[in-house]
Design a protein around this ligand. Sequence first.
Ligand SMILES: *Cc1c(COP(=O)(O)O)cnc(C)c1O
Length: 385
Amino acid sequence: MSAPVYLDYAATTPVDPRVAEVMSRYLTMDGIFANPASRSHMLGWQAEQAVESARRQVADLIGADPREIVWTSGATEADNLALTGFMRANRARGRHLVTSIIEHKAVVDTAAALEDEGFEVTWLRPDRQGRITPAQLREAMRDDTVLVSLMAVNNELGVIHDLAALAEEAHAGGAVFHTDAAQAVGRMPLDVARLGIDLMSLSGHKAYGPKGIGALYVRRSPDLRLEALIHGGGHERGMRSGTLATHQIAGMGEAFALAAAEGEDDQARITALRDRLLAGFDDLEGIHRNTAVEASVPNILNLAFEGVEGESLLMALRDVALSTGSACNSASVEPSYVLKGIGLPRPLALASLRFSFGRFTTEADIDRTLDALRHALDGLRRRAV
Ligand SMILES: *Cc1c(COP(=O)(O)O)cnc(C)c1O
């Protein structure tokens, strides 16, 4: 039996072999393994240099200054630091935060925890495509709004937000704009100055880097104040203590440099693959597009298959690795909160699958998936009649 086709890149990507090679230089005795905070010897300086060079690679991808990059354990921690760190540090200015009901759980659960702490949250509801309009945001702004958090690319739908317009509204209302860009790296241009972004969460493993590493972009001018969540040692300008994971950081740096160099080519190829999959469905009845293809990144395609259950379809599709809803709630059979959030009826939400592609997806993978899907749908629909 051959390995399953991997179409779950939105859950995580494999590490690019070029990234793995770079990471291997920072682990063993014959590599650069020392603590990057060790100032008393050459080995420490070399590790620090590796960290700083990776910081520049990440900063370059988003048009930032390296001093604006704070390393974290992933986008989850970056979201926690952005929301909790900012709201706590600025509570004297205001206690109101605006976000949406279809953010990643790292934002949704953090905002809910802030409500328990006494902050106030306005939860915006997206349109059928999964987008929040600038007018909606304007409506939600209050005198005491200090932060707006809206994601760049939704991880279940692939829909892209108009960050420049949303950031402008946030600023017009006197608030700071945070975006979770974990799914956007290498998939769209992400210039923080052009888009007007003040805080941006990034993840290594959604962009062919390793798991367990991420970063928060924190604008320096005007200087944003964040309260640290993790104390001890004062690393990362006091915003995030802990010994820096040199190998993870070097890997994320290399992955982001590759995204800068190859992201556009990747996306052109992936668009063709996505269109090949869509074309393969042309003659099939009852397939509903949850993803608004024109407004989305090409590597995520969420489809509902009328009259079947996503879970049963997934079982029948053992040769293809993909998700119903998002990987984070694949343990339960409740419809995904994102699909519910865009108003998809429950039976359709339960009949939905997320196909997500990436750098190593081939035409043969798409064709195998189409064959497997036709076969599975045939069987399931026949049984249902
Ligand atoms: C994967 C993901 C996260 C979590 O990132 P980790 O690095 O795994 O913590 C946050 N937000 C979005 C949109 C994601 O897709």
